[in-house]
Design a protein around this ligand. Sequence first.
Ligand SMILES: Nc1nc2c(ncn2[C@@H]2O[C@H](COP(=O)(O)OP(=O)(O)OP(=O)(O)O)[C@@H](O)[C@H]2O)c(=O)[nH]1
Ligand SMILES: [Mg+2]
Length: 299
Amino acid sequence: MDASTLMNGIRQGDQRALARGISWVENQHPQGLELLKLTGKKVPLIGITGAPGAGKSSLVNALVSHWVSKGYRVAILAIDPSSPFHLGALLGDRLRMPGLFLEESVFIRSIAARGSLGGLSASIMEVCDLVQEGPFDRIIVETVGVGQSEIEIAGLADTTLVLTVPEGGDDVQALKSGVMEIADVFAVNKCDRPGSEAMLRHLRELAHTHAQSSWEVPVIGTVATQGEGIEALDEALESHRKSGHISAKKQHLLMEKAYQLIQRNRMRGVHKEILKKQLASAQTKPGFNLYDFVNNYDA
Ligand SMILES: Nc1nc2c(ncn2[C@@H]2O[C@H](COP(=O)(O)OP(=O)(O)OP(=O)(O)O)[C@@H](O)[C@H]2O)c(=O)[nH]1
Ligand SMILES: [Mg+2]
């Protein structure tokens, strides 16, 4: 199949076509680039991040159910930060999202953060570009908030939702040291647990002191498993989308995107195993110098 035929399928909402397109892009199939050249549509992309077990998938589930009831079509991308072929994680999320799978209006895909330099890979950006061609009203990307990934999700998403829990003492420290800058909206999930009022109050004060002229991060209490606070959360996400605060991040996003793609293009043809062999042979020659070797290297 050629790229434009597949793209037609994707635009018409054929989920199998989309799944195939994503595979092309992820596996750097020769037609993948042709497919990407046809992209350009923009659908609001919401990134959701937070500590392992904070309730991201549960919240996505509740939010997506809410959107589906409003008639939205939604794509969910779950980024597996640890291993590329961790079926357990995907199945786990599938089980936690009963019903949604059967919904025609919801597309779910787990994607691996492989090939990245400690963060989201170029292919994830490409997958997002491709998914935006589908007939979706919202795209949601779930990523576990570890290391750089949460910073990078902020570069990728139009709106970044940071999730925390009432007992998240460590989270509060993290918030003070910069996560506040990446959050557009905050949710304190598991508000059925003790300490939620104090946590909400604390975060609201923090949000207020960090507020920028164009946007003060709203802090929403939720109980994802019971769908509590979901409407308020939806409203907060919506008002961020309409705030115009979004545009300041776009240039940064584009730069990050270009940077990673340039990096990947430059490294094309450089394979570690081959490099190892070439080095081994170069080292046997008299006068071997690593800097000369690197300088003259032609993949
Ligand atoms: N009490 C309570 N439990 C919740 C709530 N939301 C989620 N949980 C539970 O918390 C556990 C983790 O929820 P997940 O939605 O899988 O959390 P996650 O952040 O997606 O987890 P990872 O993807 O593994 O990082 C599950 O057992 C949920 O049922 C909530 O609002 N209240
Ligand atoms: Mg999850």
